[in-house]
Ligand binder design. Sequence first.
Ligand SMILES: [Zn+2]
Length: 437
Amino acid sequence: MSMSISLKKTCNVLVALFCLGTVGIAQTTQAPRHVAVHAGHLLDVKTGKLLADQTLVIEDGKIISVGATAEAKIPADAVRIDLPSATVLPGLIDAHTHLTMDPKFGYEELGISVPREALTGAKNARLTLLAGFTTVRNVGASGFSDIALRDAINAGDVPGPRMVASGPALGITGGHCDNNLLPYEYHAVGDGVADGIAGVQHKVRENIKYGADVIKICATGGVLSKGDDPQASQYTLEEMKAIVADAHRLGRKVAAHAHGAQGILWASEAGVDSIEHGSYIDDAAIAEMKKNGTYLVATLYLGDWFLENAERNHVPEFYLTKAKTVMAAARKNISHAFASGVKVAFGTDAAVYPHGLNAHEFAVMVKLGLTPLQAIQAATVNAADLLGWSGKVGSLEPGAWADMVAVDGDPVKDVTTLERVKFVMKGGDVVKNEYGK
Ligand SMILES: [Zn+2]
């Protein structure tokens, strides 16, 4: 630290060209930056144990030690953060967001340009981070606006969570991920539309070319799309096998939007890594998912918000009719899937409701049968596993990024405390601290 300051001072009296070079050297030889966080309580999300009086030591944005405060070796230069009355746990992970979108439904969506989407994303990235979600998997955006947002966050240009981003979702012509609002003469086509084996292979490769970390597909119809049936399969088993083969070979996981039971079964059989929504999941689909280790990312709180606010948000009748049927069925079927022991990762579909309310999902998961600890694990260790980032996010252990949140009370007793996150740290930087120090 001191070295870089003295170099900067020297720069003031030297020519600009030389200084640019010097600053470059200063950045690479900077002393490690240390932070020590003292937690009154720390939740071990793997065991559910609430540990008292713990200290985490952070170096250059990563955790180097965690343990009893009395035994912590805190470097002399460490910035100290004291949270004696709080419970600290890993930064939360939302495996299903659409940061570049807001609750706008039907024909209102058509007036939004790709650059406008990107700016909406900058707003929502900040809100999501402040709500305690330090990592998201963003599954579907227009024009690679999500990739631009991810890169802007990584460059430090805008605040936001770490993003695993998909680019446009793949879907069949006329399917949930196409644009079906306009008549033929407008020739409106969703960015991710691809049909047939060769078509989907090309689209997977194109998405990866333009920066996709994960591949999102629409296996069945959806709720917020015109003229299609949520229960009907859209991609064939063969198309999905081709998508998964290319994605996995190129090092990307696959997330499948699927409501209908057959589409869930086929997507799992094809080898996708997660089923999104899963509204009509049945015993055959549950068995297939358990056999293949497919995660279920049920997005449930959106049903409450959407139906309560439909009128105010000008939701068209052709969405609302589907929503009422699908959302009621989903509650029953997802509850059965939870009880049957499928692997669960936390996801919200934020964008269907305002970003920042993501943590409201926890209470619904608990209402449908998960324990609070299981719901927290879904948003930490499980989601990290689904993203392929185990050991980096979702747990507070040496080597992980220093991403953490703090709340009042014990979230294992009252999971709604996660709706009121008071402290957020991402990569060792304090993003929010309502505890005052
Ligand atoms: Zn979605």
